[in-house]
Each structure stands twice: as C-alpha cells, then as structure tokens.
Design a binder for this molecule. Structure first.
Ligand code: UTP
Length: 297
C-alpha cells in the first residue's frame, strides 16, 4: 500500500460553468467573488491550511485571469505602497506567496475524469488531493475539510472521498456512495463497495454525496486512461474510482464543516450572505438590510 505523504493537490477548473452564464462567458466561475475573495482563493487557502505544498490547476484558454490572480502584481504593489496603503499591498503580495501553483490546460472539456488525467505527470507516483471549486467548505471550529481527508488517508493508506448527507430529492445531482455494510454510529469513515454518478432518486444507494474533496492513490491514472465515457458522454472520475475499488480499498469520510455549493446560483447567494454576516466590516450593515427586507415580506 502506498504510504507516501499527500503533498500535491489538483484543482480542476476547466469546466464550462454553464450554470453561471452569461457571467462565465468571459470570466472563469472560479474567479466569481464571495464578497471580495474569488472562490478559487478559498480553495487554495484550504489546501495550504491542510499541508499541501504544490498545486496544479487544470485550466482552459478562458482562464488567464486565475493565473494573474496568483502571480505577483508589481505595478499594483508599487502604487499601493506609494499611496501608503501598505496593508492592502501586503494582502496582495501574500496571495502570490501562499504556495507554488502550476497550470496545465485541458484541451477539450471531456469531463472531470479527463481533467484529472491531465495531472498525471505532475503527480507522478504519489497519493494526491483533488479539490473542486464548486464546493467551498468552512469549518471554523476544526480542521479544514481536506485535512480531515488526509488524516483519514494516513490512517488507512487508502483512497478517501469526502462525503456529506444531502436531501434525498437532491441525490440525482451528485456522485452517491454505496457503503460496504452498515455505517457504524459515530464513525465518520466507511469502506465503499460502489459509487454512482447522479443516480435516479429511486435507485440511489444512499443519501451520502461526494462533495468536491478526494485523496486518491496514483493507480487512478491507469484507470482514467482506459475509462470509457459515462453519464452525459463525459469521462467520469466516479466511474474510475469504482474500478479502483476492484484493486484496492476506497473509503468515504463524512467530513465536518458547512459546505456551500457555489457552482449553483442559490448556493452562491447563500454563501455571499453568510460570509458577509461573518465579516466585521459588513455584518451590522447586512443584518440591518436583511431585517428591513424581512419586514417587507
Ligand atoms: P461541473 O460539471 O460541476 O462544472 O464539473 P462545470 O462544467 O464548470 O459547470 P456547469 O455544470 O456547466 O455549470 C465539476 C468540476 O470539474 C471541472 C469543473 O471546472 C468543476 O470544477 N471540470 C469539468 C473540468 O475541469 N473539466 C471538464 O471537462 C469538466
């Protein structure tokens, strides 16, 4: 069993973002800000806070501004410095100093599995994390979601997918896990016997959905290379993980934290409201505004 540490993360960001058109016609959805921070920055911060040392973002030709966001901006830093805005200058520089980020393009949007395969030579023969920008997870009182999965990986030396329970009528939007046997009360980890991408509501094997965090062993790449198209004509990561289960154990980990589906318009609005209520500079004003609105409903 592979026991190397999890040092690298892949952030697939080459999807078309059709649920956010027209905003995503020219702007990557990963750059849409929750208040004033682009969603991809929350993901990168979670990776860094989980001990990740190197990140590969899978991009496409429409995503230049993400590279600029994580690069130095000497002109802007100089101007902020000259006008005495040194706190802002530091904040801007800190973004580019966080971690080493690399980029590779997925030439066609053939699905999440195909996007992950683009990371094969970057990852090599190490276990690695996958983080999807659609799922922003906040766990103020505990470990970041990815750190919880890495700890679970370190205990078992086996792949782990991050899950949470979703409403039964929502299971057809997610990859849904099939646990092997009963889930023990109080146990956050369960071995899997299967996983289904976007199952019909009536035939879903559970209500536990894979929510944008994975730690996988590198054997996944050989499987992705031969993976046939699945649901929606795309090369599905879920299908390759199911095949991985024939070779080695795969676990699900029910991670702690509040998760926002920011790839969905309503999820994005909820995140914006909650995050602004948690901001010292905005909270009072936003609360007043919500009360005013509520009194008119
Ligand atoms: P989604 O299907 O949720 O993202 O893929 P999308 O295609 O960007 O969004 P919609 O549904 O059209 O609004 C899940 C993740 O996989 C990435 C996406 O960027 C997203 O982070 N992805 C998907 C790729 O990198 N390449 C693909 O070919 C497909």
């Amino acid at each position: 069993m592979n026991r190397l540490p999890v040092r690298k993360a892949v952030i697939p960001a080459a999807g078309l973002g059709t649920r956010f058109l027209p905003a995503t016609k020219a702007l990557p959805k990963e750059m849409l800000p929750i208040v004033d921070i682009p969603t991809v920055q929350y993901i990168v911060e979670e990776a860094v806070n989980s001990g990740i040392e190197e990140i590969l973002i899978i991009t496409n030709s429409n995503k230049h501004c993400m590279e600029n966001h994580f690069d130095r901006s000497y002109e802007l830093e100089k101007r902020l410095n000259e006008s005495g805005k040194t706190e802002l200058e530091k904040m801007i520089r800190d973004i580019s100093d966080m971690v080493n980020i690399y980029y590779v393009r997925q030439k066609q949007p053939k699905g999440l599995g195909h996007a992950v395969l683009c990371a094969k030579s970057f990852i090599g023969n190490e276990p690695f994390a996958i983080m999807l920008g659609d799922d922003v997870v906040i766990n103020d009182d505990g470990e970041p979601a990815l750190k919880q999965l890495i700890d679970a990986y370190n205990e078992k030396g086996a792949s782990v997918v991050g899950v949470q329970t979703v409403a039964h009528d929502q299971v057809n939007k997610y990859g849904i896990i099939k646990p092997l046997g009963e889930i023990k009360q109080g146990d956050r980890r369960v071995k899997l016997s299967g996983m289904v991408e976007k199952p019909d509501i009536d035939s879903a094997p559970s209500d536990m959905a894979v929510l944008g965090r994975y730690v996988l062993t590198p054997e996944i790449f050989d499987l992705l290379e031969t993976q046939q198209q699945g649901k929606g004509g795309e090369i599905q990561l879920t299908d390759a993980i199911v095949r991985l289960m024939d070779l080695q154990a795969v676990y699900a980990y029910d991670f702690e934290g509040v998760r926002y589906d920011v790839g969905d318009k309503f999820g994005f609005i909820k995140a914006t409201i909650d995050f602004s209520l948690n901001r010292e500079d905005l909270s009072d004003k936003v609360k007043e505004y919500i009360k005013e609105l509520a009194s008119q409903l």
